[in-house]
Design a protein around this ligand. Sequence first.
Ligand code: G6P
Length: 611
Amino acid sequence: MCGIVGYIGKNNALPILVDGLRRLEYRGYDSSGIALMTGGRVVFSVKSVGRIKDLEDKLGQAGMNQFGNLGIAHTRWATHGKPTEANAHPHTDCKNKIWLAHNGIIENYKELKNRLMADGHKFRSETDTEVIAHLIEDLYQGDLTETLVKVLPMLKGTYGLVLYHTDEPDKLLAARCGSPLVVGLAENQTIIASDVSAIVSHTRQIIYLDDGEVAEINGSGLKIINLNNQEINKKIDKIDWDIGECEKKGYPHFMLKEIFEQPETIKDSLRGRTILEQGKVKLGGLEVLLNELRRIDKINIAACGTARNAGLAGEYMLEEYAGVSTEVDYASEFRYRKQVFNGRTAVIAISQSGETADTLAAVREGKEKGALTLGIVNAVGSTIARETDAGVYNHIGPEISVASTKAFTSQVTILTLLTILLGRQRRMSLVTGQRIIKELLALPEKIKKVLESNGQIKNIAKKYYKAEHFAYLGRKYNQPVAFEGALKLKELSYIHAEGFASGEMKHGAIALIDEKFPCLFIAPVDSVYEKNLSNMQEIKSRGGRIIALTTEGNETIADLADDVIYIPKTLEMLTPILSVIPLQLFAYHMAVLNGRDVDKPRNLAKSVTVE
Ligand code: G6P
């Protein structure tokens, strides 16, 4: 949610900033801006509404030929103020001396703005961000670092900030509270960005800033201080993936590439973590907690969007196979419920980015209440990964498409591993552990088979892409898949779609059904298949059109369904990992056929760092 890049060094900042913005575009893409500086002079500042491409067009070749060895750039997901050029970052003070880009929300900006306006400050935007520039202007006495350290405690809310003062030509500052910032250390240049994707093509040496830290980069190097002006020694981390993982590799969209990566990403999520002979798993991050985990008798999962849908599948398996009572919350609601924690409760945060503000807030709430906090996170070194007591990484490489796909299947895979771990500590037999592991290891080949249906799914999409509504229905393990399928369709193609527990449909929503309201049933041949079949009958009798997703070999379903998609047989608990893939492909093709921007659907952002 908003991407920031800052550069200081010996080279031309501009291409590095533009490339960084392109890589961070998934974080927000309604407007963007760049300010380029050298020797205390602002070479230019340019802003544009729309995508980074629009900014590049505006810059033109003439702009790209300009030189500046320092710069600040931002791609925005609007919170305060519409996506206009005036509201695009970087923002400045009255005299255009202070330049800054911000990710987050300044909650007390109104009172600060009123005071500053009463003192004569002239505001040019409707943003919360601009108050920071004016506050600094107000207190500045020749040292930007000193001023910033005074200003930051006045701000309520969250920020990742990169800023510059024309009176201190060779100094770039960054500060963090709640919104991620990474400092990339290369020879003769330093890059600050919201995440490593904007840095990895220049260096692998990085430092993650923590909340309450300010980074000062100048001719003599990097210094990190806290808000008491004390210098902090930070560990240098190494990025362990390369820029190739951020490329489309011949696919028309990142989403399609990421869907097709799933045989590999499931292997990556499982690698080195299963011990088949013992029917056990080994999760490195949790090894130190094995005794605590043995005592856990309640799990609260907190997550958002796709990660939450994965959590719902986890709820079924943790209860059925590990015998641990499990609840799943919308992370954004977690704090508002009076959770009953009992000293043996674990909070599991599931987050691809590891930066989702609502999920992070749930982790902090869980800690406050004394729960053990665990993370299932993809982004290594992200805030949730660092703030939870322990966790398991997905290890699936960067997910760039805003609509999450490979993260879902990996999250369900990790939840299965956790189920085996907790189950084997309790009542799960060796044989059951072995059976689940065996099936897990067989999944990559089965996913390959599912992907072979891509052409057929595209043809089905051709029949339905003009629909205005869609219902997705599933039971038990595939109820969350119904939610996920509907989420994919609506976020990508803007077609209204809802996911239902199949059995719930008759209690109201069935009133919606007519020939213009198609239903997609996720009905593998499992313990609830017959019940699903009855629900399909109910839809059929009311003139509804049906796409059915079922297990290979089930020919009879064709009597009821207009179209049938097959998935290979697997354990019931693992079906979500297979059944979700045709729904990802279906949503993808529906979006393409409707001419949508698949990788960057309107109004969304991949990493939502505001609450
Ligand atoms: C955003 C994205 C979703 C994602 C959700 C949670 O809303 O658009 O695709 O599922 O955030 O993200 P996380 O990084 O916490 O998994």
